[in-house]
Design a protein around this ligand. Structure first.
Ligand SMILES: Nc1ncnc2c1ncn2[C@@H]1O[C@H](COP(=O)(O)OP(=O)(O)OP(=O)(O)O)[C@@H](O)[C@H]1O
Ligand SMILES: [Mg+2]
Length: 337
């Protein structure tokens, strides 16, 4: 009997359309009084971001994150390389209608109220009065501003967190397909940070692509599909959280009570502190749980034993510092004196 060849073959995974693609993108500034020194905040950056992704860009201060964002937005011209945004070369005017941007240090018109400012930015996108009437109060609610404050208070009277919320609202006023957020959690209290996370997650649910940078690594870990770490202008690693932190099968378990004999059977590298025991689980988690219950103990936590994004980040940066970080090649320049 001949083996039947199944034509219901395994379908290749569908790759979503590319939203951001960079090819050897670099930016060099001439600095110094005589413009005879150079500084390269971005070096041959190759990056792909797909539709619907929440992409996080991490890096220490001065790593070049804002420079990369501004280059993608066409605010800064690349010195070398090129990039495409929504299938158009960066800087394309048509694409600008489809993107939202929260700058790192947004500029606000002091004498406008939050509402007037949003009316103004909506006007820049040519939104109709009917759309504005619905969208502006929606956005004000979404970013957690009081409608009364938005209507009555001038922006110069807003707190830092309130300004950040207005900034986020203006980034969404045109219902963009791609949203660039430069430090969206900056200056926000815990409720504000929670609000930003929720807004990002709801944008993601609506199929939007979000490209943001942040120093709040716990938030990045919780909401990003993929991340890249930038250091001294170079992307030093890129991938999903699982790819970078590892998809370990080992569990770290903590608990209290029970008998040493049972614990030693199940838990490796067992230690005791503050009335709790902890160690790495040997064997099946469900069987372990019933054994702990059987010995009268309690499990306090059971989590995958892998480094946090913060630990991974620190390790990457430190390893690089110990290695040979790139330095700007001295540029030959004409001497004027
Ligand atoms: N217009 C400019 N002229 C000269 N140097 C610049 C200019 N803009 C940025 N730089 C330099 O480029 C480097 C990267 O700056 P960038 O703002 O991109 O860093 P960043 O990663 O966003 O840092 P942070 O986390 O502090 O916001 C810095 O050394 C900065 O001084
Ligand atoms: Mg920055």
């Amino acid at each position: 009997m001949s083996a039947a060849v199944s034509h219901a073959a395994v379908e290749p995974p569908i790759t979503p359309p590319i939203v951001v693609q960079t090819y050897g993108l670099s930016k060099t500034y001439r600095t110094g009084f005589w413009l005879n020194q150079t500084l390269t905040p971005l070096r041959t950056c190759d990056l792909t971001v797909y539709q619907g992704e929440t992409f996080g860009l991490l890096g220490p201060n001065g790593a070049g994150k804002t420079t990369l964002l501004k280059t993608l937005l066409g605010i800064v011209r690349p010195t070398q390389g090129r990039a495409m945004l929504l299938n158009c070369p960066i800087g394309d005017r048509g694409v600008k209608r489809r993107i939202g941007y929260l700058p790192e240090n947004p500029y606000f018109y002091d004498y406008l109220t939050g509402w007037e400012f949003l009316e103004y930015t909506a006007g820049l996108f040519g939104l109709s009065a009917a759309v504005k009437r619905q969208r502006i109060p929606d956005l004000i609610d979404r970013v957690g501003l009081s409608r009364q404050a938005a209507r009555q208070k001038k922006l110069k009277e807003y707190s830092k967190g309130m300004l950040q919320r207005v900034g986020l609202a203006q980034a969404l006023v045109n219902d963009p397909d791609v949203i660039f957020l430069d430090e969206p959690m900056s200056g926000l209290d815990p409720t504000g940070r929670y609000m930003v996370r929720e807004v990002i997650l709801s944008l993601k649910e609506a199929g939007k692509t979000i490209f943001f940078n942040s120093h709040v690594l716990s938030d990045v870990e919780a909401i990003c599909d993929r991340i890249a770490i930038l250091d001294q202008g170079e992307i030093i690693c890129i991938g999903s959280i699982d790819e970078l932190l590892g998809r370990q099968d080992q569990y770290l378990v903590k608990g209290r009570g029970g008998t040493l004999e049972v614990l030693e059977r199940w838990v490796q590298s067992l230690t005791f502190q503050h009335g709790l025991w902890q160690g790495y689980l040997k064997g099946d988690a469900y069987d372990f749980m019933s054994s702990v219950r059987g010995m009268g103990g309690t499990i306090v936590s059971l989590e995958l034993a892998r480094p946090s994004l913060e630990e991974f980040f620190m390790e990457q940066i430190q390893t690089r510092r110990e290695g040979d970080p790139p330095v700007d090649a001295p540029r030959k320049s004409r001497r004027w004196f």
